[in-house]
Design a protein around this ligand. Structure first.
Ligand code: HEC
Ligand code: HEC
Ligand code: HEC
Ligand code: HEC
Ligand code: HEC
Ligand code: HEC
Ligand code: HEC
Ligand code: HEC
Ligand code: HEC
Ligand code: HEC
Length: 321
């Protein structure tokens, strides 16, 4: 039931996400708002807002808990004697029972589930959980390592913020918030024991993204993509740009397209390390990331990179490709 709600919204929005035919490309930021939640701050809800998502009546929702969670009527209702007969007092304002800190913390992020760091319970596969043992790279930063913000490439490419930043959403006119606001104003940004969930103050600036990877690691990040041509499959490199993370080479460059050191580009230094040697070919020969890095579906139906460390997976014996 829990995952169901978000995924229905997700599916619906994927269906709505087909690009306007022949329309001009919309350069972010802000990004489109088809997948996941609207990137905003939600810590000022009133009862009507709650009902807009949870339904006009929440009776069944609560009364089912009588059986499933073995709750008593008196967990939620008082009984009073009115005109000499017992009467159940019904409180309908959600916020009398569910805590929200207006302007500071949202009702969902004060729940035990969220406070324990279980984001996947409600956000699903768009993110990964802090403590699920998922893969986070440990190699040194290179010219293609993304940054959270302040990308060093053309127009700020090479960071999340190149696409995800505040501004008015083109489709609705609604304000999209900055990454700092969407994350902090859940309430976590005000809890000093939570900073390390998302930040590592010891890390060099070039490796700041690794803290974000505690929830946004390669496995989830390279699986966020809308089907833009409506053919029912997602084709890495074969979709319109700026509808996700793997649809187009432009998307790869948004995160990975940091600056190229001009000294390296002009040098004929045979000591250049192997990743750099290959990555210089993007600037010097116009190679695309997906020319070398193939995304294949694994047994769970998730995109993963084909091994790119072994020479022979790309170079035939004798060195020719
Ligand atoms: C090339 C542009 C681009 C860059 C750069 C980019 N994203 Fe995205 N991202 C998108 C688009 C487009 C979507 C789909 C947005 C939508 O439809 O709501 C998206 C969606 C997401 C989602 C799904 C939740 C949501 O609100 O849609 C997450 C999580 C996400 N991005 C994280 C990141 C992180 C972390 C970074 C930096 C490491 C990053 N993105 C950089 C374009 C980008
Ligand atoms: C934008 C839509 C939306 C709004 C608005 C909204 N909710 Fe939710 N709520 C969700 C989703 C999605 C979930 C997770 C799936 C589920 O449990 O139904 C959720 C879960 C919950 C849960 C379960 C928490 C847990 O530990 O599992 C509670 C309680 C809740 N919401 C209360 C509220 C209250 C109170 C309000 C108003 C202050 C509110 N919600 C407003 C979408 C919304
Ligand atoms: C987990 C909390 C919870 C429990 C347990 C609970 N209720 Fe409710 N009840 C509510 C809420 C919340 C509403 C208001 C629903 C709304 O406003 O949409 C409500 C509404 C009602 C109403 C008004 C009519 C209706 O259905 O909306 C009656 C009568 C009622 N409850 C009786 C009971 C009885 C009898 C029990 C025990 C068998 C019980 N409730 C157990 C939370 C609870
Ligand atoms: C009289 C107190 C009371 C009121 C009023 C109330 N709730 Fe609850 N609600 C509870 C309790 C108690 C629970 C069970 C424990 C928990 O999850 O916090 C609960 C659980 C929930 C859940 C989780 C249900 C599940 O399946 O686990 C949601 C969602 C929820 N409430 C939403 C709302 C919304 C939306 C409103 C207002 C329209 C509302 N509640 C009004 C007391 C209340
Ligand atoms: C009980 C369900 C629930 C849990 C658990 C949960 N969230 Fe959320 N989250 C929501 C809902 C519903 C919204 C939209 C309404 C709101 O903010 O209350 C949301 C919104 C957000 C947003 C802003 C929306 C956006 O697209 O930027 C961020 C950021 C976020 N959550 C982060 C987290 C993080 C980090 C965790 C885990 C530590 C987490 N959430 C756990 C339900 C949940
Ligand atoms: C749920 C994740 C999350 C938590 C928890 C969190 N932050 Fe952040 N914080 C972010 C994001 C995302 C940004 C935007 C980063 C960017 O754009 O470079 C940010 C930005 C910042 C910035 C702006 C400087 C910078 O790095 O760009 C500071 C300072 C900061 N956070 C401090 C804190 C402190 C102190 C805490 C604990 C009290 C905290 N944060 C908790 C996600 C979080
Ligand atoms: C504790 C888990 C967690 C960490 C760590 C985390 N995020 Fe997020 N992030 C989320 C959740 C949850 C969402 C909301 C996904 C959705 O829309 O359902 C999100 C969404 C995003 C998005 C998509 C836009 C939006 O606001 O929805 C971007 C961009 C993003 N995060 C950047 C960052 C950056 C940069 C960092 C590191 C500074 C970071 N995140 C650290 C959990 C996390
Ligand atoms: C939303 C941002 C984002 C986008 C868009 C993106 N990536 Fe990544 N990618 C990352 C992050 C973050 C890492 C981890 C980098 C690190 O920690 O050094 C990564 C890692 C990788 C890795 C190394 C994986 C490993 O096993 O260590 C490859 C290869 C890669 N990306 C290729 C691509 C290609 C090709 C595209 C376009 C189809 C792309 N990326 C789009 C964020 C992104
Ligand atoms: C000409 C082929 C080629 C192209 C084009 C290419 N790569 Fe690579 N990439 C490689 C090879 C080969 C390695 C591994 C080298 C090694 O381990 O010896 C690698 C490694 C990586 C790594 C791991 C980091 C590291 O330092 O080992 C990431 C991340 C990555 N590539 C992302 C990208 C992105 C993003 C693009 C597009 C901007 C791209 N690559 C373009 C061949 C290429
Ligand atoms: C992921 C695929 C891939 C892997 C793995 C890979 N290469 Fe390459 N490599 C390429 C491609 C593609 C080219 C460019 C061929 C062209 O010019 O069209 C290339 C070019 C080269 C070049 C010429 C560079 C230049 O400046 O023109 C050398 C040398 C090279 N590779 C060596 C290696 C060695 C040694 C390894 C293993 C340690 C390796 N490659 C692993 C794909 C790969």
């Amino acid at each position: 039931m829990k995952k169901y709600v978000l995924s229905v919204v997700w599916l619906l929005l994927v269906l709505l996400s087909l690009p306007p035919s022949g329309g001009a490309e919309l350069l972010p930021p802000p990004t489109r708002q088809d997948l996941g939640l609207f990137d905003a701050v939600f810590n000022d809800f009133d009862e009507q807002d709650c009902r807009a998502c949870h339904g006009a009546s929440v009776s069944d929702l609560h009364h089912n808990l009588v059986n499933s969670e073995k709750l008593d009527c008196l967990t939620c209702h008082r009984v009073e004697v009115v005109n000499k007969s017992y009467q159940i007092i019904v409180t309908t304002n959600c916020l009398e029972c569910h805590e929200q800190q207006p302007g500071a913390a949202s009702v969902h992020h004060l729940t035990g589930t969220a406070q324990l760091g279980d984001c996947v319970a409600c956000h699903g596969a768009l993110v990964q959980n802090l403590d699920d043992g998922h893969y986070i790279p440990t190699y040194s930063a290179t010219m293609v390592t993304p940054r959270p913000s302040a990308g060093t490439g053309a127009e700020g490419r090479g960071s999340c913020r190149f696409c995800h930043d505040w501004g008015n959403d083109a489709a609705t006119g609604e304000l999209v918030f900055s990454n700092m606001q969407t994350h902090h104003e859940t309430g976590f940004g005000g809890q000093s024991d939570k900073c390390a969930w998302c930040h590592n103050t010891q890390a060099a600036q070039t490796l700041a993204i690794r803290a974000c990877e505690q929830c946004h690691a390669p496995l989830s990040i390279h699986n966020i993509q809308a089907d833009t041509n409506g053919d029912g499959v997602i084709t890495p490199g074969g979709e319109a740009p700026y509808f996700g993370h793997i649809g187009s080479n432009e998307d790869c460059l948004g995160c990975h397209g940091g600056a190229v050191d001009p000294a390296l580009l002009s040098s004929r230094n045979s000591a250049i390390d192997n990743p750099t040697r290959h990555h210089l070919l993007v600037a010097s020969k116009g190679k695309k990331c997906l020319d070398c890095h193939k995304l294949l579906l694994n047994d769970d139906g998730l995109f993963v990179f084909k091994d790119f460390r072994v020479c022979s997976s790309c170079h035939a014996q004798g060195g020719r490709r």
